[in-house]
Structure formats: C-alpha cells, structure tokens
Design a protein. Structure first.
Length: 395
C-alpha cells in the first residue's frame, strides 16, 4: 500500500514503523524519506507537552484545578466572545490547568477572520512571524501574555472544546513553575532520560542534511477543507513547502525563543518510539522510571465531559467515538469514526502528516512519517490503520 501510494503520486514519501511490546515488527519506507530523517512533528509535540505537565502534577507542583492566572496573572482579565450574542466580555470563571490539557480553554489557533477569537489569534501570530528573524523574537512567555491581553476566548472556559493554543500556554506554565526554559525542561526531563538524541525544538546545523523534505498539499487530490484548490491536470508536480508555520521556522536551524508546546518539536520515528514504548511500559524505559504507572494511566485516559466530547466529535468526523485529554485522542471502542478502533488506543498526529498510536492491550505502537501540509485530509493513515487492524500477528 505504501509503495503504491508513492508510485501513483498520491504521496511523495512515506515511512512506517510498527512495534509490538517495544520490539520492531515492521519498518518500510518509500519515496525520498528515510529512517534517520528528522521530521517536523508539529502537533505530535502536544503529547510530549502533556507528559511534561503530568510530571509536575505527580510532583505536586500543580493541580488540575489551578487557575491559569496563578502562574500568568494577565489571564485574570482575558476576554471571551459569547457564541450566541458575539458580545465580548471578561470571562466568568478561570481557565484551569485541566482546561489547557483538554483543549476546553477557548483559546484559538489562527483561522477564519470572521471568527473574532481566531482573528485575534491570527493578529498575534502575524506579529510573531514578523519578529521571527529579528533580534527581538517573541518568547514562550511573551506569547502567553500576548494571548491573555490581546487574545479572545471562543467560549467560556469549560463550556465546549476547541483545538487551539492551549498546549503552547501549558509550555509557558511549565517554564514558569520549573524556573528553566521550556526547551531545557523537556531536554532534562524527557529527551535525555529516554535517549532521544535527535529530538529538540530545532534541527541543529550538523543534522540539516537529514531534515526531511516537505511538500505542499497536491492540487490533483481534492482537499475537503479547500476543494477549490483541485486541479487534476497537475498530477505528479509535488511543490516544496517553503514557508514558516505557527511561528516555527521551516528550517528550524537554531534553538527558538518561542518553544511551541503545541507544534515545535523536530524528531525521528525511532526517537518518538522511545517515548511511546516508555508509555506502554507504564512510565519505565530500559530500567529507568520517568513516571509512576498510575500517572501514566491517568495521562492516557481521556478527560472530556459529555458536552465537550460532543463538540470534539462535531469538529472532526474522523474522531467521532473518541475521547480526548492531555493532548491525545482515546479510542472508546466505538464504530462512529471513519476507521475501526482498538479500544483504549491513544495518540496524536501532526500537521505535516506524522502519526502516533499506542494500543495498550496488544502492546502495539504505530508511527508514520511524511511531510505534506494538511496531510490529515489524505487517506494514507486510514488505509494503514485498516490493514493493521486485521493483522492477527499484532493482536
């Protein structure tokens, strides 16, 4: 299937790593992607940020009910857009740490300029992009304050679900509590203990030749989120992706001032597999314990209320029948989504097409690599999941 997808120009490159109880059972690659390629993971950063938050929770340094303004006082005055009246007012209840971890804060990503919350976020990211290559780039903490003072919540905290900048704000909270930069906390507490030597918020110059090529979504495949871009006569012309995104440098050749807890990690499939294997091991990896098994169970258990879950399902058709929490989806064993589910399976994916899934009951880990914008609209993940689902050797 992977070879066919590449040969038929439905993907420029694709690789797949499957492990069973931490032992490799399959690796395959096709196109111009290789096992040692460093990938822009984008939103696969989020589970790593969630794990970092669990470390603080386990140590008693935060609670899920902490108001965000305890750490970032400016959030006491954050304003909210009433979904019904469009009135803009100061929020009624605090954003809690739990809201950040479950994307129920109301914090938005840039998007529809007719949506006040998304538009306000877009203005902030525009400024970050303007300063990205200057001597005064926006920092992790400065971004959080900008969102508090100039951003708008899409709804009252806890009332709904929205995929947005919550993980980036969580990164700032971790930085404030730990007293070290978010980059440094992640390096000390996760990357070094797991031996994730190719994982960081940038791709060092000496590894630049291993940074995977990235491509724009192809115009000859219908994008359900941008159908007007369809142009079938151009099949086979993969155009390089050569833009920055969410204030993250496309080349990532220097440690950033803004360490994005939602999208900033560069890594490899093998490095991310170490993190995934540790989670399946109940917080232990190669004799070193990073977290208690009890906290790992909490980390991988979802966390939405029924009304929040309804909005989650309506946001993404493919995730109907899932729960969400700590920046990961959790399969509930439903057939409501677009692929068969392994009950209890969890993970997340990235904007350029990387994908991660753990299935605790079978000890299964699945990692997929590619670098195509909006790749979640392409069918490759569903095809891979369907093939693995029926393979008796993986049960």
């Amino acid at each position: 299937m992977i070879d066919r997808a590449v040969s038929e120009e439905m993907m420029p490159a694709l690789n797949l790593l499957v492990l069973k109880n931490g032992a490799e059972v399959l690796y395959h690659e096709a196109g111009d992607i290789h096992r040692d390629n460093v990938l822009r993971m984008f939103s696969m950063t989020k589970p790593l940020t969630g794990f970092a938050a669990m470390l603080l929770l386990e140590r008693g340094e935060i609670t899920l009910g902490d108001p965000l303004e305890r750490y970032i006082p400016e959030f006491a005055g954050v304003r909210v857009v009433d979904p019904a009246t469009k009135e803009i007012r100061v929020r009624r209840r605090p954003i809690y740490i739990k809201d950040l971890l479950c994307m129920t804060s109301g914090l938005s990503y840039p998007g529809d300029k007719n949506d006040p919350s998304a538009a306000a976020s877009g203005v902030i990211f525009d400024e970050m992009d303007r300063r990205l290559y200057t001597d005064d780039p926006v920092t992790t903490n400065e971004f959080a304050v900008m969102m508090a003072e100039r951003g708008l919540l899409a709804f009252e905290p806890g009332e709904s679900w929205l995929y947005g900048t919550s993980a980036d704000i969580m990164g700032a909270v971790i930085e404030i509590i730990s007293g070290v930069s978010f980059n440094e906390f992640m390096r000390r507490e996760i990357f070094e203990p797991l031996g994730m030597e190719d994982t960081a918020f940038y791709c060092p110059t000496e590894k630049s030749d291993r940074l995977a090529k990235a491509y724009e979504y192809p115009r000859w495949i219908v994008n359900p989120f941008d159908p007007a871009s369809f142009c079938p006569e151009e099949k086979g012309t993969w155009k390089p992706y050569d833009r920055d995104h969410l204030a993250i440098k496309r080349k990532g050749d220097a440690e950033p001032a803004f360490a994005s807890g939602g999208a900033g990690i560069f890594s490899t499939l093998d490095d991310y597999a170490k993190f995934a294997t540790m989670l399946l091991g109940g917080g232990e990896y190669r004799g070193r314990r990073l977290m208690s098994s009890e906290m790992v169970k909490y980390f991988t258990s979802g966390g939405l209320t029924p009304w929040q879950r309804e909005r989650f399902w309506k946001t993404w058709d493919s995730l109907a029948g899932y729960d969400y929490g700590n920046y990961m989806r959790l399969a509930l064993g439903s057939s409501a989504g677009q692929t068969p589910q392994w009950k209890g399976g969890y993970g997340w994916d990235g904007w350029l097409g990387t994908y991660f899934m753990n299935v605790p009951d079978s000890g299964l880990t699945v990692l997929v690599g590619t670098q195509v914008t909006d790749a979640g609209a392409l069918p490759y993940i569903q095809q891979i999941r369907n093939l693995l689902y029926t393979d008796k050797r993986l049960r």
